[in-house]
Write a protein that binds this ligand. Structure first.
Ligand code: FAD
Length: 465
């Protein structure tokens, strides 16, 4: 089967590159190849009753399928160059923001029209943070919520389904360079394309490494973030979340001079477990619909770890720590902050006695047996620092779930068009290492489609007749 463009992965990167390509060039023949299911068939079997932990489905309902890892996410589209990726290093700061703003208009058009755009502009909270040696990063954030995010994805699929060939449950195993383009191979079939856009996200990161090796494309891996997910009564953070929804706050620890930051804040949300390539870690999300609010707010506290030579497999380091927690807790471990400080494990009865009711059923345990001292000290320091701007953060009953690991994909060597040294092969979204978020991943897809089909570019691709 022949296409103009082969897109591997139907996460935000893949979807937005397909969307923009058909918009700019309605006759283009695009094949999208996705390892997971269509949106409506994506389902995680964990129901909390009969199935309580991950059963390692052949394709993960949470991570794979139309919408990618973002499908059941909180749908927070952050418009900023300060976090979420380094797209601006490739396309320029102004262009990166414009691309993200464009993505926002599409989300609004396809179902997000009643959602709110929050902003850190003119907030007094910045000063409050600075007075306590905490640094609030600048951003606008569109919070779609898990429910509206799903509707936007449904609408985008309906828009695209007659213009693009979707091949679901089609995991691409190999990418081969041919004389006039690329040939990609699933277990059963092969497909040819003049151009190939790879957008396989975090779940496709190991695979991406193999593809790069086979096509002699350079990569690097030197960063992983390790931490916990904090859960506390929503009132403790309400002055921040009511105004900003999500606040990205950075702190430099006194002891090790490491950077610790808040990440993925979910006001009145729930904590969830997630399975990446068989390793169970923790995450969180929240709903736009008030009837689905919980009593709690959750967010991650992450310590950034950068490694230098000779070590070059930062993800393996993060995986080892996550495995240790999986080994001790059978999955995610939960501990009260007070227990951690007293040097005792949390037990079921201590968690039940707590003033904070957990939203995730996790194994009570001792995070100090899992998280290395350097990172754990950083997390504790940051909790006390946050307590100054949000008193109550360091309460005894604050719950800590571990471990939360933010794996960074290999940095794939790409140019300003996100094109690799193999001409016609583009790597976008989280699998490129350039992005780590919904808005950056989506924007990277738009950027490549515009390069291929935009009127202004020299590249404008001729399409198959
Ligand atoms: C629970 C959760 C909550 C999150 N919340 C937020 C949030 O609120 N805001 C935010 O900015 N980010 C959030 N994120 C991160 C965000 O989802 C990702 O940054 C984003 O989805 C990346 O988009 P992508 O297109 O690069 O990759 P992905 O969304 O990961 O999509 C990649 C797709 O490629 C497919 N694939 C992989 N390998 C292959 C292969 N070999 N062949 C065919 N298909 C393949 C996968 O099945 C997947 O569907 C969250 C992530 C999770 C897991």
């Amino acid at each position: 089967m022949n296409y103009d463009v082969l897109i591997i992965g139907a996460g935000p990167g893949g979807i937005f590159s397909a969307y923009e390509a058909v918009k700019l060039n309605p006759g283009v023949k695009i094949g999208v190849f996705e390892a997971g299911n269509p949106l409506e068939k994506r389902k995680c079997p964990i129901d909390g009753k009969n199935i309580k932990s991950c059963v390692n489905c052949p394709t993960c309902g949470i991570m794979n399928g139309f919408g990618g890892a973002g499908a059941f996410s909180d749908g927070k589209y952050n418009i900023t160059n300060q976090f979420g990726g380094t797209l601006y290093e490739y396309v320029g700061k102004q262009e990166a923001i414009e691309l993200m703003q464009y993505v926002d208009t599409i989300n609004v058009k396809y179902g997000g029209q009643d959602t709110k755009l929050y902003s850190t502009e003119n907030t007094h909270l910045k000063k409050l943070c600075l007075q306590n040696d905490l640094h609030l990063l600048d951003a606008s954030v569109r919070h779609l919520g898990t429910d509206i995010n799903y509707i936007v994805l449904q609408n985008l699929y309906n828009e695209l389904k007659d213009k693009v060939d979707f091949h679901f449950l089609t995991r691409i195993e190999r990418v081969e360079k041919t004389e006039d383009g690329f040939r990609i191979h699933s277990q059963k079939e092969s497909f040819n394309g003049r151009t190939c856009i790879i957008s396989t996200g975090r779940s496709g990161s190991k695979w991406m490494g193999d593809i790069c090796r086979s096509l002699h494309i350079q990569t690097r891996s030197n960063r992983v973030d390790i931490g916990v997910r904090v859960e506390l009564p929503a009132e403790v953070f309400s002055h921040l979340t009511d105004e900003l929804y999500e606040s990205k706050i950075v702190y430099r620890t006194e002891k090790f001079q490491d950077l610790v930051r808040t990440f993925c804040m979910n006001p009145r949300g729930v904590v969830v477990s997630e399975n990446t390539n068989g390793i169970v870690t923790v995450n969180g999300h929240s709903y736009e619909d008030p009837s689905r609010y919980s009593e709690n707010t959750n967010f991650a506290l992450l310590v950034s770890n950068h490694f230098s030579e000779p070590f070059n497999d930062s993800n393996a380091y993060g995986e080892s720590i996550a495995r240790l927690s999986n080994m001790l807790g059978g999955g995610v471990i939960v501990q009260r902050f007070g227990d951690l400080i007293r040097g005792q494990r949390s037990t079921q009865s201590r968690i039940e006695d707590s003033f904070v009711e957990p939203t995730l059923s996790a194994t009570p345990g001792d995070l100090s047996l899992v998280i290395p001292k350097r990172q754990l000290d950083g997390i504790i320091e940051m909790i006390y620092a946050l307590d100054k701007v949000a008193p109550g953060t360091a309460n005894d009953s604050t719950l800590l779930y571990g471990v939360e690991v933010k794996f960074y994909n290999l940095d794939v060597e790409v140019d300003e068009h996100l094109e690799t040294s193999q001409k016609g092969l583009f790597v976008i979204g989280d699998c490129s290492g350039v992005t780590h978020s919904l808005s950056h991943a989506s924007a990277s897809g738009v950027h490549v489609a515009r390069y291929l089909f935009g009127k202004e570019t020299k590249q404008t691709m001729k399409i198959t007749q």
